[in-house]
Design a protein around this ligand. Sequence first.
Ligand SMILES: Cc1cc2nc3c(=O)[nH]c(=O)nc-3n(C[C@H](O)[C@H](O)[C@H](O)COP(=O)(O)O)c2cc1C
Length: 182
Amino acid sequence: MDFDTRAFRHALGSFPTGVAVMTTTGAVPGEAEDVSHIGITVNSFTSVSLDPPLVLWCIDRRSRRYPAFAEAPGFTVSILAAGHKAVSSRLAGPGEHRLEGIALTPTALGPPALADSLAVFECAREQIWDAGDHAILLGRVLRFASHAQAGAPLVYFKGRYGALAQGTPPEGVAGRRVTDKD
Ligand SMILES: Cc1cc2nc3c(=O)[nH]c(=O)nc-3n(C[C@H](O)[C@H](O)[C@H](O)COP(=O)(O)O)c2cc1C
C-alpha cells in the first residue's frame, strides 16, 4: 500500500494528549561514555494497569536517547503543566537531552523529576518491545506523587501546544468526573 506517512502523522495529531518528560540516567552515543541524567519530551505516555501498576510510552529507536532508555533499569515520568512549554520544547530538540539549567526535584529511587510537575511516577523498566520504528517501554510504578495544586496541564494537539478550554463541559455536566460512580 502506498502510505502517506506525513498525512498519517497529521491524522494521529487529531488525538489530543498531555505532555510528559521521561528522565533516566545513561550515556548518549557520541558523548564519550559520559553517564548523566537525560530527558526526552513525549506524548505517548499511557496508563496500562492499576494492579499491578503499569504505564507505557514509546520511543523512536532512531533517537540518540534510545540506548540509554532501553538499557536503564528504570525511568521517571514527569507530567507537564502549562508553564512547562519552554522546557518541553527544549527537551524535544535534536541533541537537547541534558537537564542542566532545568528546575528539577530529586526522587527517592533514581532519575530526578521536573519541578512543578502535575504528577511524578518512578518506574522500573518491566518490559521493552520493538514496534516498527519505535519501541514500547513498559514501566512498573514503584512510587508516585500527584500535585493537584500544580495547575493546568500542557496539552498537545495537531502539532501545537495548547491548554484545556475553561468552558462548559460536554452535555453541561459540570463538576462531575467521568470516572465517578452513580
Ligand atoms: C509534544 C511532543 C511529543 C513527542 N513525543 C514523542 C514520543 O512519544 N516518543 C519519541 O520517541 N519522541 C517524541 N517526541 C520527539 C522527541 O522529543 C525528540 O524530538 C527526539 O527524540 C529528538 O531526537 P534525538 O533524541 O536524536 O536528539 C515528541 C516531541 C514533542 C514536541
